[in-house]
Design a protein around this ligand. Structure first.
Ligand code: ADP
Ligand code: MG
Length: 306
């Protein structure tokens, strides 16, 4: 029999996975997004970045948001962070509308955002001191979080002395030190090489197991989303709309061996089908035409050189 036909459906869940989702859904709702829309207005016209987005995240849930470039992922997370306004709908955190940035949300971005002139520990202390914590207490808290992210030995180092992965661990500690209700992460490992990235994914799951925090994590890497998430919110572009909210059938705790498990592979196949749907003959043909035109231009350049 064909091996492919033996694969389970991505909607099938083992008893353990199903029980976990049942428990998860009984937990309190931390974040609720209702009919959220965002239209950017500029001189060139209007861009509908997000349309009618609806979802909830429960306490200690790990949700990944995935979708093609330009589908509104960063817009969504910036609205949740209170850094961007929305044009319709509601965002509720613990049942209260989000109207601006707040300590109840921690942010980690792809770019390294540490202050280069402050040591690792001072970077982590910064947010606490901004919120009027006394220095001694802030130092104690910062040490605890640095230990949790495995960087206590680098407390007095400066950001330029750290690898990309270590910088992101400091950024995570800095976000968590304020004890946010939700950690918002926008492609935080996007700039790392494959090996550091895999290490950071495992590390983040370990941190999350030890901390009472809900995580909303944006990525365009399908493997990363499946490895990390309880549920994956799949967006499509133009306008950014929810295609599907997938319950990942891969059991926890996650281990590298998961990557080749049948549940992992069928989930990936589903994501592939949603995000990279097979192209029609006309689309393929028009791509071929533009490649040919490009080659003609290239040949002309070569001719000119001779
Ligand atoms: P993603 O993070 O998924 O790549 P973005 O949220 O950055 O997508 O962008 C979604 C859409 O909104 C894109 O079409 C983008 O060009 C547009 N957009 C993003 N920011 C602005 C802005 N400040 N002004 C106008 N259009 C914007
Ligand atoms: Mg983005």
């Amino acid at each position: 029999m064909d091996a492919i036909t033996n694969l389970p459906n991505y909607l099938d869940q083992s008893e353990a996975v199903k029980n976990r989702f049942d428990r998860l859904k009984q937990r309190e709702v931390i974040l609720e997004v209702k009919n959220l829309g965002k239209v950017y207005k500029s001189a060139k016209g209007e861009v509908t970045a997000l349309k009618d987005i609806n979802f909830k995240t429960h306490r200690r849930e790990f949700v990944c948001v995935i979708g093609p470039s330009g589908c509104g992922k960063s817009t969504l997370i910036r609205i949740l962070a209170g850094l961007e306004s929305h044009t319709s709908g509601d965002v509720l955190l613990d049942d209260k509308p989000v109207t601006g940035p707040g300590r109840d949300r921690g942010m980690v971005f792809q770019g390294y955002t540490l202050f280069p002139w402050l040591t690792v520990k001072k970077n982590v202390m910064f947010g606490l001191e901004m919120n009027n914590a006394n220095t001694e207490e802030a130092a104690r808290e910062a040490s605890l979080w640095l230990e949790l992210v495995g960087l206590d030995k680098f407390a007095n180092a400066y950001p330029h002395e750290l690898s990309g992965g270590m910088k992101q661990r400091v950024a995570i500690a800095r976000a968590l030190v304020n004890k946010p209700r939700i950690l918002l992460m926008d492609e935080p490992f996007g700039a790392l090489d494959a090996q550091s990235r895999a290490k950071m994914q495992a590390h983040l799951l370990e941190i999350w197991r030890n901390v009472d925090v809900t995580i909303l994590f944006i990525t365009h890497d399908l493997d990363e989303a499946i490895f990390l998430a309880d549920r994956i919110l799949v967006l499509k572009a133009h306008p950014g709309e929810v295609q599907e909210l997938i319950e990942v059938p891969v059991p926890r705790p996650r281990i590298p061996g998961n990557y080749t498990s049948p549940e992992f592979l069928v989930t990936k196949a589903r994501l592939e089908a949603l995000i990279h749907p097979p192209k029609s003959a006309t689309e393929l043909e028009s791509e071929e035409v533009s490649i040919t035109q490009h080659m003609i231009r290239f040949v002309n350049v070569e001719d000119n050189v001779e």
